[in-house]
Write a protein of this length. Structure first.
Length: 118
């Protein structure tokens, strides 16, 4: 991949549904998921997944092309969006990651477990 191929990336939401940020590398698969949230909590988690996935894909690209300023700018933008949605999620629903836990007793034991939220 050369730096010009970075310009053929897709929207982060489409990238998550396709499983690939780069339009050029998608053609062999041709499968597109259509993830739809059921509620506000799921919508926030979907946004976290969207921007986390896009940032991770760009991070892999930057391992090979660390001088690509456009890719670095997009990475920073997507990481910032992911962090924003994570803070909003944790404020409303509790920690997602261990570094979001500030004290004992652990707050997640007071919330319904994923299988209890039907």
């Amino acid at each position: 991949m050369n730096e010009n191929e970075l310009y053929s990336i897709v929207d982060p939401k489409e990238a998550l549904n396709r499983g690939n940020l780069y339009d050029y590398y998608f053609w062999p698969y041709k499968y597109v998921a259509n993830v739809k949230p059921n509620n506000d909590r799921d919508a926030l988690m979907l946004n976290i997944q969207i921007y986390s996935f896009a940032a991770h894909e760009l991070n892999l690209y930057l391992d090979i092309y660390p001088q690509d300023k456009q890719a670095l700018g997009l990475y920073n933008q997507y990481k910032e969006m992911c962090d924003k949605f994570m803070k909003e999620y944790e404020k409303k629903y509790g920690p997602i990651l261990l570094d979001g836990v500030e004290n004992y007793p652990w707050s997640w034991i007071n919330s319904p477990w994923p299988w209890e939220r039907m």
